[in-house]
Design a protein around this ligand. Structure first.
Ligand SMILES: Nc1ncnc2c1ncn2[C@@H]1O[C@H](COP(=O)(O)OP(=O)(O)OP(=O)(O)O)[C@@H](O)[C@H]1O
Ligand SMILES: O=c1[nH]c(=O)c2[nH+]cn([C@@H]3O[C@H](COP(=O)(O)O)[C@@H](O)[C@H]3O)c2[nH]1
Ligand SMILES: NC(=O)CC[C@H](N)C(=O)O
Ligand SMILES: [Mg+2]
Length: 513
């Protein structure tokens, strides 16, 4: 582990990972520890500073999560944020009380004294709050250096010991110049060096994977998507042939997708890749099924069955690798000090039966999608793989409305290929979050070459989004849409009408099922 580790102790804040990533953006390596980590461990890891995160608990509660008090004796600077500053108050001799006027969202901070933490900042700043308790008496040795309307002790400092506390959230985007406050802590107080790069992450993660896996075997479900591909590349770098990737062709993939994934992996990685053609198995299990949730459940179950068969044929496998990202675990970082116990079940390879008894290997757990993309670039993955749109595990199965028929899939694959081709050709592909076609088993009347047609409808779904939690339909120029519609109707037999989905999420979702 790098000597320049900044420790973030996690008390369950929804922003813990945002703090860690802000620090990485400052090119300082940060590591998230469960709040219960011992001071001895932090010392052993040579941490250069400690941040105590926020959290949903109240320090006034009987079972409030408390850190090892000895961390205040390590001689390294400590910054408490929100719950973290309240903890410092409680543990170092101050007082905390339930606030009469809680502060949520926008607040105005006034600086009284800059000190090392607020150096270079203006006297007034907009900050983002989210708390119901507040520090009513600051501990001995501290002074107040800034206040807000409702918190007279919003920012406190003990310059001598290098202890600081902030009641608001400098890490969130809406806190003006919050990053500068964190930078002041990192560079002005902790004297960190800005020497961390994604390349270091690769080195460290590689070593961790080697330590964890030893000489055991690892299996990874490879979809050809960004997350599993980057995970595969990283793990392969660490343990080479001990990794086997399993790519399942569930018959619900895009046009020529299996060939493409195979090709890219054989060309770039020399990974042991097993391709399992299970299209018939999936499609017969889905026969006659129209309900979207039932379709998803069946696809999930067949995925597991297929995967289990694959594992049997590989032999003794100890680890299941997954491309789980930080946003995937955001709600599952357990506050009981045992985060590993609460890993979310994947929608598709997910919920592997207990009888398979494999340990999880998740090297991307601390990263966000854009960071994973940077990591992929650093690992030399081809650009088109890194910048591909997300593609759901159940694939075209949730893009053919109602019962899935081979004929419908054939039409959808071709229409989708036309859409993607035009999106790429016109440079719009990179600008949107996702673009795909949806097959509607609805027949409408048309006229082609003076003849009446009675054919199906294809809908275009093109959305912009940051994280898929919310989304808006993308305003693609009419002439581009015109070409897409024309080409689909001309080139894809069985379609005589193309419509555009202009719904946002919420209230709609991105996928139609
Ligand atoms: N066809 C498949 N074969 C094997 N594993 C799959 C397949 N489809 C999905 N998976 C597994 O399910 C996981 C979750 O899928 P998800 O779509 O969230 O991630 P991804 O495909 O790796 O990346 P992206 O979000 O860019 O599509 C994948 O990481 C992969 O391990
Ligand atoms: O791996 C996946 N397995 C699934 O079952 C699944 N369902 C939706 N998606 C993708 O998630 C994002 C949000 O989709 P929705 O707005 O439709 O919920 C969008 O990016 C969807 O493509 C899935 N991804
Ligand atoms: N965001 C936080 O850390 C909140 C801390 C504490 N639960 C409060 O409400 O004051
Ligand atoms: Mg995917």
């Amino acid at each position: 582990m790098s000597q320049q580790t900044l420790a973030v102790l996690d008390f369950g804040s929804q922003y813990t990972q945002v703090i860690a990533r802000r620090i990485r953006e400052c090119q300082v390596y940060s590591r998230i520890y469960p709040y219960s980590v011992t001071a001895a461990q932090l010392k052993k890891d040579g941490v250069c500073g400690i941040i105590l995160s926020g959290g949903p608990s109240s320090v006034l509660a009987k079972n409030a999560p408390l850190p090892d008090k000895k961390l205040f004796k390590l001689g390294v600077p400590v910054l408490g944020i929100c719950y973290g500053v309240q903890l410092m108050g409680k543990l170092l001799g101050g007082e905390v009380a339930r606030s009469e006027r809680r502060e949520y969202g926008r607040g105005a901070m006034t600086v009284k004294k800059k000190g090392a933490l607020l150096k270079g900042l203006p006297k007034k700043l907009q900050v983002w709050n989210s708390h119901g308790d507040k520090l009513t008496k600051i501990p001995a040795g501290f002074e107040v250096i800034a206040y807000t309307e409702n918190s007279e002790n919003s920012v406190i400092a003990d310059e001598k010991r290098g202890f600081y506390g902030i009641q608001f959230h400098p890490e969130v985007h809406h806190s003006e110049r919050g990053v500068e406050i964190l930078q002041n802590f990192l560079f002005g107080v902790c004297k960190c060096k800005a020497d961390w790069k994604m390349a270091n992450y690769i080195e460290e993660a590689t070593q961790l994977i080697r330590d964890q896996v030893g000489n055991k075997r690892v299996i990874l479900g490879l979809s050809g998507g960004v997350d599993s591909s980057v995970a595969a590349a990283l793990i392969h770098r660490a343990i080479g042939d001990q990794l086997t990737c399993v790519f399942v062709d569930n018959g619900l993939l895009r046009l020529k997708e299996r060939e493409r994934v195979e090709q890219v992996f054989r060309d770039h990685f020399h990974v042991d890749l097993r391709v399992i053609k299970a299209g018939n198995r999936f499609l017969s299990a889905l026969k006659g099924v129209t309900d979207p949730e039932r379709k998803r459940k069946i696809i999930g179950k067949v995925f597991i069955d297929v995967f289990e068969d694959a594992v049997k044929s590989i032999g003794e496998v100890d680890f299941l690798a997954q491309g789980t990202l930080y946003p995937d675990v955001i709600e599952s970082v357990a506050i009981d000090g045992n985060p590993a116990a609460l890993i979310k079940s994947h929608h598709n390879v997910g919920g592997l039966p207990k009888r398979m008894r494999m340990k999880l290997l998740e090297p991307l757990r601390e990263l966000f999608k854009d960071e994973v993309r940077r990591l992929g670039e650093e690992l030399g993955l081809p650009k088109e793989m890194i910048w591909r749109h997300p593609f759901p595990g159940p694939g075209l199965g949730v893009r053919v409305m109602g019962e899935i028929k081979r004929k419908y899939l054939t039409i959808l694959k071709q229409a989708d290929a036309v859409l993607l081709d035009e999106m790429k050709r016109t440079g719009h592909y990179e600008k949107v979050w996702q673009a795909f076609c949806v097959f509607l088993p609805v027949k409408t009347v048309g006229v082609m070459g003076d003849e009446r047609t009675y054919d199906y409808v294809v809908a275009l779904r093109i959305v912009e989004s940051q994280d898929a939690m919310t989304a808006d339909w993308a305003h693609i120029p009419h002439n581009v849409l015109g070409v897409i519609s024309n080409r689909i109707i001309n080139e894809v037999e069985g379609v005589n009408r193309v419509v555009l989905d202009i719904s946002s999420k919420p209230p709609s979702t991105i996928e139609w099922e």
